[in-house]
Design a protein around this ligand. Structure first.
Ligand code: TYD
Length: 209
């Protein structure tokens, strides 16, 4: 995989259900904008017109069972469109692009969760994205027994998977981050929101300067 050769800076938030990623994306964006940076916030799946349709298929209960390989390819298709039309243009302009989920979600959910080969899933996403990797991936870690209780809306297709699925996902996020402190920041998502966001901001700023 290549990293990010563009002038912009690419941050991905990853983690299981109920980890508070969207709050942290918002707080990081706000702080960086206050500091005068151009910031683009985005998410997977579904932040492009085609992606919205793929999201309905991927997360809607009316889809029913999907072959795991089909599911993996649909997430990769969403990602290809997302990188081509949102992420790469932002990075080319020199913006900070913050995404709520990226490649590691596929490796953890479709690889460890669905028990496909995580290496295969990584290769599919590598092809889909032209090898674009985040400069920093923030993993918000939470025990799924806690995270799964944090929903306000009904569980979607993935959220409705059993606890053991979500435990495999969690372990895999942690495994991916192990031994790579430059690219990964793992934080306890049960810590106070403001403490987590301050740590994330410091990590981003130290890499931006
Ligand atoms: P979403 O409603 O966007 O919320 P959140 O990120 O807060 O959980 O749900 C996206 C779901 O899709 C989530 O259950 C994780 C799953 N997912 C995958 O299984 N593979 C992927 O590659 C991505 C990006 C998401």
């Amino acid at each position: 995989m290549v990293s990010n050769p563009s002038p912009g800076f690419f941050v991905a938030f990853e983690g299981g259900e109920g980890a508070g990623k969207s709050t942290q994306v918002r707080l990081l964006a706000k702080a960086l904008k206050t500091g005068g940076r151009e910031v683009v916030t985005t998410h997977e799946p579904g932040d492009t017109p085609v992606g919205k349709r793929l999201r309905e298929i991927l997360l809607g209960h009316e889809t029913g069972d999907l072959d795991p390989r089909t599911e993996a390819l649909l997430y990769a298709a969403d990602r290809a469109e997302h990188v081509a039309s949102v992420v790469q243009p932002a990075l080319d302009r020199g913006a900070v692009c913050i995404t709520d989920r990226y490649i590691d979600s596929s490796i953890a959910y479709q690889g460890a969760g669905r028990t496909l080969d995580p290496a295969d899933i990584g290769r599919i996403s590598e092809w889909a994205t032209g090898g674009l990797l985040p400069d920093l991936t923030v993993v918000l870690d939470v025990d799924p027994a806690v995270g799964l209780t944090r929903f306000s809306s009904p569980a979607d297709r993935l959220e409705a998977e059993p606890l053991a699925f979500h435990q495999r996902v969690r372990e895999h996020f942690l495994a991916l981050s192990r031994g790579n402190p430059r690219r990964y920041l793992v934080l306890d998502a049960t810590e106070p929101v403001d403490d987590v966001s301050a740590t994330v901001l410091a990590a981003v700023e130290s890499r931006l300067t």
